[in-house]
Design a binder for this molecule. Structure first.
Ligand code: ZN
Length: 240
């Protein structure tokens, strides 16, 4: 049996320094610092929303734990400017029961989107219950969407009460509907790493991208393979 020594390392992962324990089989366990964020401007909003659970298939890491986290995500994604996010945060403090209901809807919508696009990535039909949930949010979103002037042209905008706590969900639901009916649908993939499960749109030239990010899952898979190969060579040498 190989020695099970663990090494602690400072690593550069997803654009920030973290301390990780490198397991002998190549697994990377982050012990200090946040797990990497998924943010690829090329990806669709709805997939980024689905990816707000880290390490989905191994040690799920919830990144939308409360309403402030939802607002922070929406700000990073450019859905809310700072004054609007601050106004929503203040409105939320006065309505805790409503906040709880919005977060329950946010999590249900996220899981529905995840299930739908996992099915798409696997070449399967989406679960009707997940599609029904998306359609209910879409109906609510479209009822609050208008065509408005934007520069020299027009754009669709959620014309909401600025204190409507669920306004971010409307934009996410619309993004999911747009992706489901766009030519990009055939390029939706789920990360091939067994611990991950993040979704992305494969925009690579040959349409052969397998990992959500090379920096995280691609390197981790390579490390595991390298370890498996060297362990095999060590075992052969020991038998010789
Ligand atoms: Zn991944």
């Amino acid at each position: 049996m190989p020695s099970a020594t663990l090494s602690m390392n400072m690593i550069w992962l997803g654009g920030a320094t973290r301390v990780a324990r490198l397991h002998p089989e190549g697994d990377v366990e982050i012990v200090w610092g946040a797990p990497p964020d998924h943010f690829d401007p090329a990806d669709r909003l709805c997939l980024d929303f689905a990816n707000t659970v880290g390490w989905r298939r191994s040690r799920p890491d919830e990144r939308l734990g409360d309403y402030d986290a939802l607002l922070a995500w929406a700000r990073r994604r450019g859905l809310l400017d700072t004054p609007r996010a601050a106004r929503l945060a203040e409105a939320a403090r006065a309505r805790p029961a409503l906040v709880e209901a919005v977060m329950a809807r946010a999590h249900a919508l996220r899981e529905a989107i995840y299930r739908i696009f996992c099915a798409v990535a696997a070449g399967e039909r989406a679960d009707p219950a997940a599609l029904g949930l998306l359609n209910a949010e879409l109906a609510a979103a479209l009822g609050r969407t208008s065509v408005v002037l934007s520069g020299d042209g027009y754009t669709l905008a959620v014309t909401d009460d600025p204190e409507a706590l669920d306004q971010v969900l409307a934009q996410v639901a619309r993004s999911a509907a747009e992706l489901l009916t766009s030519p990009d649908l055939g390029s939706v993939r789920a990360c091939a790493a067994e611990w991950c499960g993040w979704l992305f749109v494969d925009r690579s030239h040959g349409q052969r991208r397998r990992w959500c990010t090379m920096k995280v899952c691609g390197n981790r898979v390579k490390t595991r393979r390298h370890y498996a190969r060297t362990r095999g060579r060590d075992a052969e040498a020991a038998r010789a």
